[in-house]
Design a protein around this ligand. Structure first.
Ligand SMILES: N[C@@H](CCC(=O)N[C@@H](CS)C(=O)NCC(=O)O)C(=O)O
Length: 212
């Protein structure tokens, strides 16, 4: 994953040091064992090459493969799942694929803005904490009944959700005792070496791991 001038990797990922959507893409790459060059971006001061590669949408994550820049985290995640099919992170059946896409979209539209509002600080933090907690608690049946969010196989939905669960203590969110299944779900994935590989040093520092 190291960036070196002599790297033979064909993929480069522009990514921020602590960002749930970048973390989602790094999780997909780690789950599939994809090697790539990582360029750490300060989003307040994006590098010139990122501005040139994705002039209309110079956000992170942005994936570059040869001369092509691919952006929007969900587009990157699905691209990687098609380009590197093993292990598959989407089911084969169209109806289940649609269900996965809905869940990933809900995390992006409802959960991620709360995380970003908490990280931004200011007067909206408490409302964002309350809303994120509600959203997680509304999903308890999924955390409770399966090894992963949608069954026994890890999917893109888990890659979207787990970076948020990892950050809960750092975001100042404590779930009630009857939501222990959420932490148990997280621990099942956190214990996987691929999850550790998906994180930047800054993200690793967001939580003290207490594996039981
Ligand atoms: N919908 C985009 C959102 C990505 C996003 O919010 N990225 C933030 C960093 S966490 C960013 O790059 N902000 C700076 C900018 O948009 O110029 C995606 O899923 O990729």
């Amino acid at each position: 994953m190291a960036t070196t001038p002599r790297s033979r990797n064909t993929l480069t990922l522009y990514s921020a040091k602590n960002c749930v959507v970048c973390h989602k893409v790094r999780m997909v790459m780690a789950a599939k064992g994809i090697t790539y060059d990582l360029i750490s971006v300060d989003t307040a001061n994006p590098p010139e090459d990122l501005l040139m590669l994705a002039p209309h949408y110079h956000s992170v994550p942005t994936l570059v493969e040869r001369d092509n820049a691919i952006y929007i985290s969900n587009v990157i995640a699905e691209y990687l799942d098609e380009r590197y099919p093993h292990p598959a992170l989407m089911p084969a059946e169209p109806i289940f694929r649609a269900m996965h896409r809905i869940a990933v979209r809900q995390v992006e539209q409802d959960w991620v803005p709360q995380v970003q509002a908490i990280m931004a600080g200011g007067k909206n933090v408490e409302a964002a904490r309350k809303r994120l907690k509600e959203l997680i608690l509304e999903s308890l049946p999924f955390f409770k009944s399966n090894k992963f969010f949608f069954g026994n196989e890890m999917s893109l939905v888990d890659c979207a959700i787990t970076p948020i669960i990892w950050r809960l203590p750092a975001l100042g969110i404590q779930l009630p005792k009857d939501a222990k299944c959420v932490e148990d779900y997280g621990l099942r994935i956190f214990r996987n070496p691929a999850f550790m590989r998906s994180m930047t040093p800054e993200e690793k520092g967001l939580r003290e791991l207490a594996f039981s």
